[in-house]
Design a protein around this ligand. Structure first.
Ligand SMILES: [Zn+2]
Length: 138
């Protein structure tokens, strides 16, 4: 608010809001477009009760983009800078390769058809091809 931003972007994507298991609720309810709209309304009421100012809360999920589709779009725009992004739940010199986020990152690269040049401590296993060292990325 203090820097005059008109938009907040966060990384929720379509796979995050797919129904989980046999439940009909989203995997991460806080990542749904409904939640983003609700946050926009909270910000408007709490910070800009009068006037026209508002802040858009944008995410790939709001555009209907999956993680791999978002990755493709990011690669088209930013090129190799995408390899400087961080997905791992842990901190360190390299991605762990074991956590859900590392595996989802690697899976998205495979689905996007982009060679994953992320540095992992251990190679994320997301398919039999990974197990056999044939996912095209090592
Ligand atoms: Zn990790």
């Amino acid at each position: 608010m203090t820097i005059g931003a008109g938009i907040v972007i966060y990384g929720a994507q379509l796979d995050d809001i797919a129904p989980r298991g046999d439940a009909m609720e989203p995997r991460f309810p806080d990542n749904t477009p409904d939640t983003a709209r609700a946050f926009e309304e909270v910000v408007r009421v709490a910070h800009f009760p009068v006037g026209e100012r508002k802040i858009e809360i944008w995410s790939p999920a709001r555009e209907g983009l999956s993680k791999s589709e978002n990755l493709k779009r990011g690669y088209e725009i930013a090129g190799d800078l995408i390899f400087e992004t961080w997905s791992c739940y842990l901190s360190g010199e390299a991605h762990c390769g074991n956590c859900d986020s590392c595996r989802e990152r690697h899976r998205a690269f495979i689905e996007a058809g982009i060679a994953d040049r992320t540095i992992y401590n251990v190679h994320p296993i997301v398919s039999d091809k990974c197990r056999l060292g044939k996912c095209g990325v090592r």
